[in-house]
Design a protein around this ligand. Structure first.
Ligand code: AMP
Ligand code: MG
Length: 410
């Protein structure tokens, strides 16, 4: 893998495996676990399990509005209506007797003695009695979820390391968690390099461009569970690059951007080397993003991401995001791939694994991905239209319209 010039260019699978092996060794800072009001935990990573405080459901729950009775009795004839039971109401009159039914609402606790709830749509009521509206088979257990069928008291509803979304927040609320313990966000340094870059507050001259990558990276870092720390733009000069890296090294992960290509003024790798870096790869056979660099300084891990805006985005999603997620304490660190049907044909030159901008759209039955026309890895306008990247395996020169393609989510 290491050629004569000392460069280490891996194929995508190899590079992903290297990152995975290092990500596995990372963990969040347990000493800095935060306790937050439940809703502030949205999007954060759980540092504790959500444990069921009681049986779920806590009582045999009626899942329909209808009549609670014995299935065999109702199949045989009419039953006397012994009372009505609403959700939130306790049945205090003991077990239901033979030949009796209770009118019951969705969410109510089914009284003892009965074995089913027959939907109100399936019965006829009159003179204090209930009978089937038409002959139909009723089975015991129908429309009742037994106590404990969903979860037993003490069982784990949400494991540690899960990102708190709506469902996890619902589980925590159901179990009485007014506050939740979450992992601290890892600090991720963002260092853009390039003499051509100016800041957002400045007006670029004709030959200059604004630094956009620091912002796309910050958004991606935050989405991956990290705390972005944007450093000033670094000039294309080795000594300044070394100093800037030194300042950023206090962070949990350092992301450099630009300056990793073969240009005469690409100093990032030399600066890292001078600071004692160990390199795990210095390129990947992918497009965009081929010059991506991954390694470790004595102070921690770093990535050198290529500066073309689409390359920066793709290499972050493929390689840096798993490291950020691992540092954030997320149990699922891998890049997020899904399958979608290609809306139109893609043709490429084979040899590299491609990640081409696409727009994922739901068509009601599933996802379709529409390739976005682009001018290459510097095309910010195409990136702005894209919300995913279509993966083209290195062996393929064409993906057909209608084919199921793998798609990398941002
Ligand atoms: P580099 O990787 O430094 O060779 O840069 C490749 C291309 O990406 C060049 O056209 C740069 O001007 C552009 N570029 C580099 N860094 C940034 C940045 N932070 N924001 C926007 N474009 C950038
Ligand atoms: Mg540059």
């Amino acid at each position: 893998m290491s050629d004569a010039s000392g460069s280490m260019v891996l194929n995508y699978e190899e590079a992903a495996a290297v990152v995975r092996a290092h990500a596995r060794r990372l963990s969040p800072r347990e000493s800095a676990v935060e306790e937050l009001p439940l809703l502030q935990g949205a999007g954060r990573l759980l540092a504790t399990e959500v444990v069921a405080d009681r049986e779920y459901p806590p009582f045999p729950r009626s899942t329909r509005d209808g009549f609670a009775c014995r299935a065999a009795e109702l199949m045989a004839g009419k039953l006397r209506i012994a009372g009505q039971l609403r959700a939130g109401e306790a049945w205090t009159r003991g077990a239901i007797g033979a030949g009796e039914a209770v009118e019951i609402m969705t969410g109510a606790a089914v009284p003892a003695g009965v074995d089913c709830v027959v939907m109100v749509e399936h019965v006829r009521v009159g003179s204090g009695q209930v009978g089937l509206a038409a002959a139909r088979a009723i089975s015991a257990g129908e429309n009742i979820v037994p106590s404990g069928a969903e979860a037993h008291a003490g069982s784990v509803l949400v494991p540690r390391g899960t990102r708190m979304g709506a469902a996890e927040i619902a589980a925590a609320a159901a179990c009485g968690y007014a506050r939740v313990r979450v992992f601290p966000r890892p600090r991720v340094a963002i260092l853009a390099t390039g003499d051509e870059l100016v800041g957002l507050g400045e007006t670029p001259l004709a030959h200059q461009i604004r630094n956009s990558n620091s912002y796309s990276l910050a958004a991606q870092v935050a989405a991956a569970g990290g705390m972005p720390v944007i450093f000033p733009v670094v000039a294309d000069e080795q000594e300044e690059t070394e100093q800037a890296i030194g300042k950023a090294a206090g962070c949990d992960l350092v992301l450099l951007c630009g300056g990793v290509s073969m240009g005469k003024f690409d100093f990032v790798e030399q600066a890292l080397e001078a600071l004692g870096a160990e390199f795990f790869f210095t390129g990947a056979r992918i497009q965009p993003g081929k010059p991506v660099v991954f390694g470790r300084l004595p102070t921690g891990y770093f990535f050198g991401l290529p500066g073309n805006p689409v390359s920066t985005m793709v290499t972050f999603a493929l390689f840096a995001a798993p490291m950020v997620r691992a540092l954030a304490g997320e149990s699922e660190t891998e890049p997020r791939f899904v399958s979608a049907q290609l809306a139109s044909e893609i043709r490429v030159k084979p040899g590299l694994r491609r990640f081409l901008p696409g727009r994922l759209r739901s068509d009601g039955n599933g996802a379709r991905v529409h390739p976005v026309a682009w001018q290459g890895s510097g095309d910010l306008a195409a990136a702005a239209q894209a919300n995913c990247f279509v993966v083209v395996p290195e062996t393929r020169d064409r993906l057909a319209a209608g084919e199921w393609a793998t798609v990398l989510l941002l």
